[in-house]
Design a protein around this ligand. Structure first.
Ligand SMILES: Nc1ncnc2c1ncn2[C@@H]1O[C@H](COP(=O)(O)OP(=O)(O)OP(=O)(O)O)[C@@H](O)[C@H]1O
Length: 446
């Protein structure tokens, strides 16, 4: 591990070719029978993502001229209590900046939205609004609150199995230049007040070590590469600063060149994109996002493969500011012209090593480099991975700029409560002995 985390010798300007694709045994369903990967729909041969960078910049010509999203409280969805109404606002065609047209706008970390534009945007029922440059949280909804946060005595919403007292022992190493000091509490600044209220509803008392570091790093506009184990609280580590920025700065206007067209379908322009490898993980992240976006103007959505796409389309049609997605399904939705990445300000790759192990690299590179996502200098990118092998280093080199590197120790790695015993056995002959040994120990355990 220590070796894997060693950043020495990794030059960010290293032009070494990506590692060979061989050596991976598991082929996920979406890759089986396909040559060279690709999305759920055929991608065609096409040039490599790197070769495509910089092509077709003309598609971005209109992007400097943003037009505020059509205002009015039902611009993106029904106001609380109103019937859903989705007037055609955007033409159905794709933005053919695709395949390499990258945005040359300068990234402004305060530009999650355009506070000055002032449009009001109500989201799904019960959500808040952004009106005249101000965040107006929706009214409390006891039913939703119970669903999201449970009650103090509800064991299903408690974080059983996690010893938070031990969290402070977890070593964290931060490297990079001008690393901001970690925060010790959930407080304003740097976090936004509405987010802090939602953190209180979730009954989180203190930030975990990864959160202590990631909050000021991301709020400070820096990119982040974090090597953190599962269970370290990394979901909050990226959601808290991203949602804080969103609540402070409001929504981004839809690019001018896309509004006012015809067509029945709506294209969504999320501002934050979180990629993760599996349905379970994206669903977990989505559930957390719903908690911390409660009553706010931000509407989280989730899409993943192997499930009915129709209901996912209807979900994103109602508005989609923060999208949690598996890579294959996202490529599918982009191909259908239902999602544009032009407005992305925050890109998160969670469990990046697992995504590569599952063969998602072609889809990830297509999403990040081959569609209409703003280039690395025009977005903030956060990568989380349990390990830091060479292929992840390559992704970090290609996707991140001037990043802070965080290495977070394993939660409970010093396991004085666990005794390890190695027993040498020969083949299956000793299996009965092993089983009886195991069960006798188990029955003695408390
Ligand atoms: N600051 C905190 N205080 C209390 N509970 C927390 C805090 N941060 C996270 N948790 C809880 O700890 C658990 C693990 O957190 P989280 O899911 O963010 O970890 P993770 O590193 O993303 O793990 P995974 O990869 O399994 O999703 C969750 O139940 C989450 O609600």
């Amino acid at each position: 591990m220590a070796e894997q985390l060693n950043m020495n010798g990794l030059s960010l300007n290293d032009q070494a070719p990506p590692p060979p694709a061989g050596g991976r045994s598991y082929i996920p369903p979406h890759m089986r029978g396909k040559m060279g990967g690709g999305g759920n729909a055929p991608m065609g041969p096409g040039p490599s993502p790197a070769a495509m960078n910089g092509l077709n910049n003309s598609a971005w010509a209109g992007n400097n001229n943003y037009d505020a999203r059509p205002g009015g409280p039902d611009a993106w969805g029904p106001a609380p209590g109103q019937a859903p109404d989705f007037p055609p606002q955007h033409p159905p065609q794709r933005q053919h900046g695709g395949w390499g047209g990258n945005n040359n706008r300068n990234f402004d970390r305060n530009a999650y939205g355009n506070p000055a534009s002032g449009g009001g945007h109500a989201r799904g029922s019960g959500d808040g609004q952004w009106r005249e440059g101000k965040h107006i949280p929706g009214p409390p909804n006891p039913r939703v609150e119970r669903e999201l946060f449970g009650t103090p005595d509800d064991p299903s919403k408690q974080h059983t199995g996690i010893n938070f007292e031990k969290y402070d022992d977890i070593p964290v190493e931060a490297s990079g230049h001008d690393v901001p000091e970690p925060v010790l509490t959930f407080s304003n600044p740097p976090l936004e007040e509405h987010l802090i209220r939602n953190i209180e509803l979730a009954r989180y008392k203190v930030p975990t070590p990864v959160q202590k570091y990631s909050i000021p790093i991301v709020m400070g506009g820096r990119d982040l590469m974090a090597c953190a184990q599962t269970g370290s609280g990394k979901t909050g580590g990226f959601l808290f600063p991203i949602l804080s920025q969103a609540f402070i700065n409001g929504p981004s206007p839809v690019p001018a060149n896309t509004s006012g067209g015809y067509g029945r379908q709506r294209k969504a322009y999320p501002t934050s994109l979180i990629l993760a490898p599996t349905r379970e993980l994206v669903s977990q992240i989505y559930d957390e996002a719903r908690k911390f976006a409660y009553r706010s103007w931000v509407r989280p959505c989730v899409v993943y493969g192997g499930a009915d796409i129709g209901s996912q389309l209807r979900q994103i049609e109602r508005g989609c500011d923060l999208l949690v997605a598996t890579p294959g399904r996202l490529v599918d939705l982009i191909e259908r012209g239902r999602i544009s990445l032009q407005n992305i300000k925050y890109l998160v790759l969670d469990e990046a090593d697992r995504m590569l192990d599952m063969g998602f690299e072609p889809q990830i590179r297509r999403i990040v480099e081959g569609e209409d996502m703003p280039a690395v200098h025009n977005r903030q990118t956060l990568m989380f991975s349990a390990t830091f092998p060479r292929d992840i280093q390559m992704l970090a080199r290609d996707f991140l700029k001037d990043y802070v590197f965080l290495s977070v120790g394993r939660v409970g790695s010093t396991s004085e409560n666990i005794t390890q015993k190695v027993e040498f056995v020969i083949g299956f002959l000793d299996q009965p002995k092993l089983s009886s040994d195991f069960y006798s120990r188990r029955s003695n355990a408390t």
